[in-house]
Design a protein around this ligand. Structure first.
Ligand code: DGY
Length: 323
């Protein structure tokens, strides 16, 4: 039987590309250049499956490709707000994602951002590299203590809980959360986590706020000027979810006015563009969407896309189907 044909939109880790080549009639993207709309539509009209990532915009127009040969979109990542799920469903396309395997890596990175911004690590590193360090002194580059402070999590799914575990057990932090679907009471007890009825309640009571809600229309600009104004003046905001959960211009204004103390950001509204105002600030840590970027995790994500596709092509239910 002929192998299913697959087009992969970006470069994937070598071990995964090798496995893809064994299992499928695969077209890899050796140059790793992002595919434009026409190329994505062409892929949907050529292959049996397209393996996509967060950097591809799979909107209703892309999904209107004719003739449509691809009936599977295997997404490399847990978030799938880059795909118009309703349009995919309407065209009978199955969509899969890669949950769980990136939980630890992303929680580790959120903790990294939290520590970096509180302890001015980015700023300090730039200072040393610039040759500006004149020596130790008691008042030099004082940051904020993390241990024992209160961390508020907006969204308390897998990644939010993994961060809570690190923060509570490793740094003695008190954990607050807001989530419309809270986890079971025993999970809350293990993390000493207390629910907040509203996002505002959480913002008012937290020294650090970390965002772990899904992207998409429902959470776009969840953190806007009014909500930023609810945060404590010395508080810090961390985002490893999706860029447009924060209204970036409002965040830049809040930081500039000293309404909040700092921010650690891994994702941006106009990614890969970052607002010039943020780029110019010392009290923000900016990373290029590295949440899941460890060798181990990226290989596991790729292998999970393959596992989903193998099930699909064998006529079984893919383990991580989102549409
Ligand atoms: C995810 O898995 O959602 C990461 O942000 C990479 O897409």
């Amino acid at each position: 039987m002929a192998k299913p044909s697959v087009i992969v939109t970006r470069r994937w880790p070598a071990a995964v590309e090798a496995r893809l080549s064994e299992l499928f009639e695969v077209r890899l993207n050796h140059d790793d250049r992002p595919m434009d709309k026409a190329a994505l539509m062409d892929a949907l009209s050529t292959a049996d499956a397209v393996f996509t990532t967060v950097s591809d915009r799979i909107d209703a127009e892309v999904l209107s490709a004719e003739p449509l040969t691809a009936k599977l979109l295997g997404s490399f990542g847990v978030g799938f707000n880059h795909i118009d799920i309703e349009a995919a469903k309407a065209r009978g396309i199955t969509v899969t994602n890669t949950p769980e395997v990136l939980t630890d890596a992303t929680a580790d990175l959120a903790m990294t951002l939290l520590l970096m911004v509180a302890r001015r690590a980015g700023e300090g590193e730039r200072h040393v590299r610039a040759g500006a360090w004149s020596g130790w002194r008691p008042t030099h580059m004082m940051g904020t203590q993390v241990t024992g402070k209160t961390l508020g999590l907006v969204g308390f799914g897998r990644i939010g809980r993994a961060l809570a575990s690190r923060a509570h057990h490793g740094f003695g932090m008190k954990i607050l959360f807001h989530d419309p679907y809270p986890p079971a009471p025993e999970q809350l007890a293990a993390l000493g986590a207390e629910p907040c009825a509203t996002v505002e309640d959480l913002l008012e009571s937290s020294d650090f706020v970390s965002l772990h809600c899904p992207g998409g229309a429902a959470t776009r600009h969840l953190i806007n000027a009014a909500r930023l104004a609810c945060m404590k003046p010395g508080a810090y905001l961390v985002n490893t979810s999706r860029g447009d959960v924060i209204e970036e211009a409002a965040l830049a204004a809040a930081l500039k006015d000293g309404q909040i103390a700092g921010a650690g950001l891994d994702v941006f509204e106009g990614e890969p563009k970052v607002s010039p105002a943020l780029l110019a600030m010392e009290n923000v840590v900016l990373l290029p969407h590295l949440g899941s970027a460890t060798e181990e995790t990226r290989v596991a994500m790729g292998m999970m896309v393959i596992e989903n596709a193998e099930a699909y092509f064998a006529g079984r239910e893919p383990p991580n189907r989102v549409a």
